[in-house]
Design a protein around this ligand. Structure first.
Ligand code: CU
Length: 119
């Protein structure tokens, strides 16, 4: 008897997930520039959001001196920021689905990250 109740409960829960419409939300990420063995990149390297979400990024570098200044660019979202060791916050709307590179426009050889916007 207990198994039947649990099964019905799980089916109801699955139904709720299927009929509940996706709605946009604010997604917040904290990105850091790091250097490992002479290679610089942003961490986390992948940001995943839903189309329509408002994306809030707090970016900062943890590197010292002149190498503390880096770019954070997502051209498809019209984002191009210069970031140093003071926290910088910016917001944009993920208005189209796809996989978009996040690069340092000041130093193109840096390893790109990616923004994944799900449909
Ligand atoms: Cu850079």
């Amino acid at each position: 008897m207990k198994t039947k109740w649990s099964s019905a409960f799980l089916r109801s829960l699955a139904f709720l997930f299927l009929v509940t419409p996706a709605f946009s939300a604010e997604r917040t990420f904290r990105l850091l520039t790091v250097e490992i063995n002479g290679t610089k990149f942003w961490l986390p390297s992948t940001l995943v959001v839903q189309k329509g979400d408002t994306v809030k990024i707090e970016a900062v570098t943890k590197l010292e001196g002149a190498s503390a200044i880096h770019g954070l660019s997502i051209p498809e979202m019209k984002i191009q920021e210069v970031v140093d060791n003071k926290s910088r916050v910016f917001t944009f709307k993920a208005d189209r689905a796809g996989v978009f590179p996040i690069t340092c426009h000041l130093h193109p050889p840096h390893i790109p990250s990616q923004l994944v916007v799900l449909e």
